[in-house]
Design a binder for this molecule. Structure first.
Ligand SMILES: [Zn+2]
Length: 366
């Protein structure tokens, strides 16, 4: 789900310095929300609001109805009342000089309140849940994870990336970059004891490739943009960038004419008008962009890849407590920056590659 921030204009004039900061924050949050493709994290917005309050000398005091003998701090304060049913929060900012600014944090149209498929408008609530693979499909995630692990092993072994692009740090596993993992011509798989095929490394590799993880919050962005199964099926195993290119290059003309493919839901109706939304949000936050659709699809894709990496990081940390002797898991923890670098580059290459396949349509070969 994603969140948006809304300011109530009631008594803004009373406290203009605070009011303009609040308006700037609302614009920034809107820009982040668009960039996050409807998956802006609630806790991030809350911490931004808290930071703003502190910058203006207002103490965040939470829900005062739950506090006995509340005495308002002289410096001014900010209350927060959460509504557990609607997932909304109301912040009231009371500056020292008087007046009040009210802000509400509420789920956006893709958030908990969303009941319809963002693509075709069909009702999705109460039906078999369809995870959102509208940016990167499940099969592509699996290929990315496998390819990123071997790319990362090569990068660590060669030491090139460490010297050039990422800071090096002492190694938990005792293997700094530039150390050969396997003896030359030994016939050992790439990575020696770090190889994904080794029994002690299998648990983490299996976990990263499990549909459960890929289907979970990381790929589906906490259910943001949860599509119906029909849309999921029609978009098949093509990434957002590939689907856009197939339509633009007119490679699906006969399928479109026969009605087998609807260009809008194939690319993703929620991405229609993306350029306008990005440009409006960027303009409000005084950021200049080209606004080219391809660039924006790239931004949406890289944001999704970043969210997935957060999931992987959590996963390997959990695995460390369960299985502290997996050489590969330790290496990934230890060389996390090289893994992030490898993962992002492999993922963007795969998402941008020319599509080949059949999109699950009989007789179609691309
Ligand atoms: Zn749908």
């Amino acid at each position: 789900m994603g969140y948006r921030l809304v300011v109530s204009r009631g008594r803004l004039h009373a406290v203009s310095a605070l009011a303009s900061s609040v308006q700037e924050l609302v614009n920034d949050v809107e820009r982040l929300r668009v960039a996050a493709a409807g998956a802006l994290d609630r806790s991030l917005v809350t911490s931004l609001v808290n930071d703003l309050a502190r910058r203006h000398g207002l103490e965040p005091v939470g829900d005062i109805s739950k506090r006995k003998n509340f005495t308002p701090p002289l410096s001014g304060y900010m209350t927060e009342v959460q509504n557990k049913t609607t997932w909304a929060s109301v912040f009231e900012l009371f500056p020292r000089g008087g007046g009040k600014v009210t802000l509400s944090l509420e789920p956006d149209e893709y958030g908990v309140a969303a009941e319809n498929c963002p693509n075709c408008g069909k009702r999705v609530i109460g039906q078999k849940p369809a995870v959102a693979h509208n940016i990167i499909p499940q099969q592509t995630w699996k290929r990315i994870v496998s390819a990123a692990i071997s790319e990362c092993l090569q990068n660590i072994e060669s030491g090139n990336l460490t010297k050039k692009h990422v800071r090096s740090f002492s190694s938990l596993s005792g293997h700094a970059s530039g150390v050969r993992f396997s003896a030359p011509d030994s016939g050992e798989p790439l990575g020696g004891k770090f190889a994904p095929e080794k029994a002690e490394n299998k648990p983490i590799v299996d976990k990263l490739l499990a549909a459960g993880l890929i289907n979970s919050a990381y790929a589906a962005q906490d259910n943001a943009g949860k599509q119906c199964l029909d849309c999921e099926r029609k978009q098949s195993n093509a990434t957002l960038i590939q689907r856009f290119a197939l339509i633009k290059e007119k490679k699906l003309q006969s399928q479109i004419e026969s009605g087998a493919i609807d260009p809008a839901t194939f690319v993703g109706a929620q991405f229609q008008g993306l350029a306008d939304r990005f440009k409006a949000a960027d303009r409000k936050a005084s950021v200049t962009t080209t606004g080219a659709v391809e660039e924006l699809l790239g931004r949406v894709t890289i944001a999704q890849i970043g969210r997935f990496l957060l999931g992987i990081e959590k996963c390997i940390e959990e695995e460390y407590t369960r299985n502290p002797n997996s050489p590969l898991n330790n290496l990934l923890l230890d060389h996390w920056e090289e893994f992030v670098w490898s993962f992002r580059s492999v993922a963007m290459t795969q998402c941008n590659a020319n599509y080949s396949g059949s999109l699950g349509i009989k007789g179609l070969v691309l």
